[in-house]
Design a protein around this ligand. Structure first.
Ligand SMILES: *[C@@H]1O[C@H](CO)[C@@H](O)[C@H](O)[C@H]1NC(C)=O
Length: 264
């Protein structure tokens, strides 16, 4: 009469034990990030289970406090963002998702940009943010103010921006429905076009008394600082050293102009 029970226990033990095939060894996340051999193997794996068997337990942890080297961090005067995409966090391969955290200091300004391959859900987890986006031609712009634990969505391809209007730090978490959402900074991209094209598009020869070329070279790196008024209120010196926003990690990978948009 105990036989079925014993058989059942045996069955549970053997099936439960099966995942032991998983490589339980640890590998520090910096050696799986940007690891092209691992990425190739994950890409070629026949099944999702095969992919999991290529990864170690610790490959499933991404540390936004101390992100891996590479292009994980984008830094400007107003703060920094840290991303986890399929290249930096290969465990994402096959999952269809990725994430960015934004640390915006007082008046920190995540400059207008587009994600070409994903919508973005954006939740504030500390402080306050103003958000704006334009989804496409023919619809009104959407402006909002988000407080802690409030969320908005930026539709795929929409031109969007967010900034911290306060003198306290703000942090947002951005989720993407793509392992590789990509990002394109609007002003930097426009000014990458031929100078004559930019002149004709804007209908001016100079901007702020400067040639288009000179003006372009002065566009601030993301995360930038927002308007004069906020800077005055918060007593911020624009020429000071980069503000890392809230949080740790103080990434030193300086984001010069261009660090926040794609290379060709
Ligand atoms: C990974 O690299 C980053 C940046 O170089 C560093 O801050 C961090 O300590 C490294 N993490 C490990 C586990 O070595």
């Amino acid at each position: 009469m105990y036989r079925p029970l014993i058989a059942g226990v045996f069955y549970v033990l053997t099936t439960w034990a099966a995942p032991a095939a998983i490589n339980m060894a640890s590998r520090d996340t910096n050696s799986s990030a940007n690891n092209q051999d691992l990425i190739n193997s994950l890409e070629l794996a026949a099944t999702a289970a095969d992919r999991i068997n290529l990864l170690t337990t610790s490959d499933f942890v991404y540390d936004f406090n101390e992100p891996p080297p590479g292009d994980s961090v984008t830094t400007g005067l107003g703060g920094h963002t840290v991303k986890a995409d399929r290249k930096l966090f290969p465990a994402l391969i096959g999952t269809g998702v990725s994430m960015t955290l934004g640390f915006l200091g007082p008046c920190g300004f995540n400059t207008p940009h587009v994600h070409p391959r994903s919508s973005q859900i954006n939740v504030v987890v500390e402080g306050q943010l103003k958000t704006q986006f334009v989804a496409e031609n023919g619809v009104p712009p959407i402006f909002n103010t988000l407080n802690k634990f409030q969320m908005t969505v930026f539709p795929q391809g929409s031109l969007h921006t967010e900034w911290n209007p306060t003198c306290d730090p703000a942090v947002f978490v951005a989720g993407f429905a793509s392992e590789d959402p990509g990002v394109e900074q609007a002003a930097q991209s426009l000014f990458e076009l031929d100078e004559q094209v930019v002149q004709a598009d804007l209908g001016v020869d100079t901007l702020n008394g400067e040639s288009i070329e000179d003006f372009k070279n002065k566009l601030p790196a993301n995360v930038a600082l927002f308007v004069e008024e906020c800077l005055k209120t918060c007593d911020i010196d624009q020429d000071a050293t980069p503000n890392q926003g809230e949080g740790s990690g103080a990434p030193s990978s300086a984001g010069g102009r261009g660090s926040s948009h794609g290379r060709r």
